[in-house]
Design a binder for this molecule. Sequence first.
Ligand code: FMN
Length: 401
Amino acid sequence: MVPSLAVEVAGIQFPNPFMLSSAPPTTTPEMIGRAFEAGWGGAVIKTLAYDLDLVRNVDPRIHGVHLEGRVIGFSNIELGSNRPVDLWIEDIRRLKKQYPDNVPLASLLHTEGLVREQWIEVAGRCSEAGIDGLELNFSCSHGMAEGGGGAVVGGSPELIRRVLGWVREATEKPVFVKLPAGIENLPQKAQAAEQSGASAISAINTLNCLPGIDIYTFAPYPSVAGKGAFGGLSGTAIKPIGLRCVAQIAQHVQIPISGIGGIGTWQDAVEYFLVGASTVQVCSAVMRAGYRIVEDLSEGLLDYMEKMGFREINDFVGLALKNIVKHNLLSRDYKLVSTVNLDTCTRCGLCAIVCRDGAYQAIELDEDRVPVIDQKQCEGCGLCVQICPVPDCMRLQEKQT
Ligand SMILES: Cc1cc2nc3c(=O)[nH]c(=O)nc-3n(C[C@H](O)[C@H](O)[C@H](O)COP(=O)(O)O)c2cc1C
């Protein structure tokens, strides 16, 4: 039987679990329409702004994070949508008419201070226009947070309850609460959202960062006429944090989770499903390579499901959670030792260098630069395996006692 990518979340039918997160790829309805046509199941509209004066952007506002010459993520100091709410209300109606099977969500709300009437008005109007659901941006780590919104709300159970309560006064539509990563006791915040009427949790948003400094002019990046501000880090670098957050949330709430953070391949998406997400959202990977990546995401995921015998996404949501335990429950009897495949070893000597200076001095090079591993000295830490540039050349195997 051919597996199905369709998934139901909080009563919403998604044609597939791949969504665009609220960000530049969802800046206009025209872009969202193109994304739906390319194969994205859902899209969270760029966070709506109540007052456009609050979202006057600076130039430049995006700075690439590079690894070996490739952009692997961004730091941004962008604000909310600069399209008026009035226009978006019409756009939502049109989008739903044109793409009835796809799922637009509206991200609320870039506003100064927390004003009940503003949340109620915008949540109500989006709902009446036919939006499938709302996502509350309680997680922007810059800009909004400076004004007491975004991550400041996500960091406080009391504020989460208050604002979610207002939104619930205005709508019965599914409400996703987007939580930040950089807060203490994330499960407590997720539980506050669940108890106050959230239908799902989205996590994570960008992480507050300073991507760099021009060492000759002393200007922070991105430099706005020589000045900079703390920005939000996204992309590959934040995937381990996103996975941790989704796993932690899944361990503490029953409502569905939309996983976000550094997703660029179908394997990344599968990892998020395995720790409890049932949809995933993507921003940076699309900003790097365009909407077309959804083809690889969908094909790869379908192949994986077929190979694993999964018929639908929910067959494997959360399957890895039981393997994530407290550190003190990890086995102390499982002992490993490094081995090297001399057929593929290039004699580069890197394993010996890092073992000597960053680990346990268990690898030496003989006169032909062949690594020789001292089984007694090796602690099985795994550093050499991670550093070796040749795939599968160094491995860990169980220590014979
Ligand atoms: C330039 C830029 C602008 C963003 N704007 C918003 C926004 O308006 N609202 C929001 O909730 N998240 C915003 N985000 C955060 C993304 O939606 C997403 O949570 C984050 O980038 C992590 O996903 P990624 O690693 O796939 O990029 C923005 C991200 C970037 C890079």
